[in-house]
Design a protein around this ligand. Structure first.
Ligand code: ATP
Ligand code: MG
Length: 198
């Protein structure tokens, strides 16, 4: 685009420029996701402990990916219990976990998929679930998804760091992450975060 602007190419119209700008924007987002994951994986970022409002954190995470949800025409249902307690930890990291899980769910679904995000209290933990009705996973994939750099996505699409980063973050929260998946039916990821008594 720069070359053609310099050459004052009269065929370069607004429509074509918008196309290139969209591509640049999309790929910048992708770079952000990849470098963010790499930095986290190598634990180069700081851990800031605050009170976390789970509902706000989930809603803020959804805001970040809302345009993609709409673009893919995915139906999102949120099912957040009205009495979610406070947990302690880094709220940005918690957002990162939720965004990663939503991105994985969206990658597994075709358009018109159903995505459910729920949060409720279970004993002494907050239980967050991200449920999709996408491709699901065969057993051999399921056994490897938390391995760093394991990806089934094409080169340039996935780094395979999303879930290993999530695993590390949830561990720092003192929580657990579990996967239930059925091939061609969908996947449920369950995150349990202990409710702090601090
Ligand atoms: N909701 C899901 N449905 C189906 N497969 C999934 C789902 N979540 C994860 N997977 C599988 O687990 C693999 C690893 O996921 P992970 O998030 O670690 O990496 P990635 O999504 O491939 O790449 P990145 O997150 O770095 O962009 C994926 O490539 C995919 O095969
Ligand atoms: Mg991922």
């Amino acid at each position: 685009m720069i070359d053609r602007l310099e050459q004052k190419d009269s065929e370069l119209d607004e429509e074509e420029m918008a196309l290139y700008l969209t591509k640049i924007k999309e790929n910048t987002e992708r770079c952000k996701r990849i470098t963010g994951n790499l930095l986290n994986f190598s634990r180069k970022s700081n851990w800031t402990v605050t009170h976390i409002d789970i509902k706000d954190t989930i809603m803020n995470s959804i805001n970040l990916v809302e345009s993609t949800i709409k673009k893919k025409r995915i139906t999102l249902t949120t099912n957040l219990s009205p009495e979610l307690p406070v947990v302690f930890g880094d709220s940005l990291k918690m957002m990162q976990v939720i965004v990663n899980l939503i991105n994985n769910a969206m990658d597994a679904m075709n358009s018109e998929g159903q995505l459910i995000i729920s949060a409720k209290v279970e004993q002494d933990s907050v239980c967050i679930q991200v449920i999709d009705d996408g491709s699901g996973m065969p057993a051999e994939v399921l056994g490897k998804i938390f391995d760093p750099f394991y990806t089934t996505k094409p080169v340039g699409k996935g780094t395979g760091l999303g879930l290993s980063v999530c695993y590390g973050i949830i561990e720092e929260f003192g929580g657990k992450i579990q996967v239930d998946s059925e091939e061609s039916a969908g996947t449920t990821i369950t995150v349990q975060i202990p409710i702090s008594t601090r």
